[in-house]
Design a binder for this molecule. Structure first.
Ligand code: NAD
Length: 295
């Protein structure tokens, strides 16, 4: 069996950003509106600081307005809620992202639910979750959207495929399952209590792994020719005494059996920010009553 096609997430994320830049230019030219995205960071979490910096940089690169609100770790919940409320009422700000995790004294659910659903570019607000499941126009979580774009880069029409999602989180597993259903796949969601997971995965034409267990999915689980999308990002010790990133899929063995596979890093990872920018452009179009190329 030939080695699988490697799905190049870095390149495809670049293509998505180029589409967003084009849409931003159109919204400016046709409606005089420059989409704007605000990112709120509370505290000093080093990984979050890097994410926020990358988000802001890429926001500007696609031609949008970017605001970064960096608040000290001791900021009160009331002050974070007041900032979100101010942004909700600011017509120039079309998307609001509150970077997680928030410090422990702040109720994340309360803060996320205070974001206006039409500005909820992470797609975590219950209104957007509901809109996604009933098939209304929604802002959809970014990593799931990116995973579907990668699968469709191999097979543009996923209709009728048997898809298995491993993981049932609100951030990845459940929304990706909803999106697969919207693509007319037959969807199975496997999780920590699922029996005979290997046998279930073996039946899949499309596997999306979002578990957080390094290299859990083995080559022997993969149906020959299947598309394998690996959402997992796990840091493990490497041979040189440092650490390296691996996915939830044992890449080398699965690549020998799969038809196409995403690497880690360079697969789903780069798609997340690209899809965030896509959501911000979609949110701006929705708020001004314009058509969006993205929904
Ligand atoms: P989570 O911890 O919230 O959820 C993990 C899910 O895996 C749970 O639903 C659980 O039921 C399931 N699970 C746990 N053990 C299992 C087992 N033995 N068998 C089957 N299922 C099992 O994690 P998450 O937020 O959904 O993230 C999953 C992975 O994706 C993590 O590695 C995370 O770092 C990564 N992630 C990547 C991106 C990205 O941008 N690429 C974004 C979000 C998450």
């Amino acid at each position: 069996m030939a080695e699988a096609q490697i799905i190049d997430g870095k390149k495809i994320a670049g293509d998505v950003r180029a589409e967003v830049a084009k849409e931003v230019a159109r919204l400016i030219a046709e409606h005089g509106v420059k989409p704007g995205l605000a990112v709120v960071l509370v505290g000093e979490d080093p990984a979050s600081k890097v994410y926020v910096k990358n988000k802001a940089q890429q926001t500007v690169e696609v031609g949008m307005k970017s605001w970064e609100y960096k608040l000290p770790a001791e900021t009160s919940e009331a002050d974070v809620l007041a900032l979100v409320n101010k942004l909700n009422n600011d017509a120039a700000c079309h998307g609001i992202l509150v970077q997680l995790p928030l410090p422990k004294h702040i109720n994340s659910e309360k803060v996320l639910n205070s974001i206006h659903p039409d500005k909820d570019v992470d797609g975590f607000h219950p209104v957007n979750v509901g809109r996604l499941w009933v098939g209304e126009r929604a802002l959809v979580p970014c990593t799931p959207t990116g995973s579907i774009i990668l699968a469709k880069s191999v097979k543009p029409n996923l209709s009728g495929m048997d898809a298995v999602v491993i993981g049932r989180s609100n951030i990845v597993g459940k929304p990706v399952a909803a999106l697969l259903l919207r693509e007319n796949c037959t969807v199975t969601i496997a999780h920590s209590r699922t029996k005979n997971i290997e046998d279930i995965v073996k039946c899949a034409d499309l596997v999306i792994a979002a578990v957080g267990i390094p290299e859990m999915v083995k080559g022997s689980w993969i149906r020959p020719g299947a598309i394998v999308i690996d959402v997992g990002i796990n840091r493990v010790p490497s041979e040189n005494g440092k650490t390296k990133l691996v996915g939830d899929v044992a890449y080398d063995e699965c690549a020998k059996v799969a038809g196409a596979i995403t690497p880690v890093p360079g697969g789903v990872g780069p798609m997340t920010i690209a899809c965030l920018l896509r959501n911000a452009a979609q949110a701006a179009a929705m708020q001004i009553g314009a058509k969006s190329v993205f929904a």
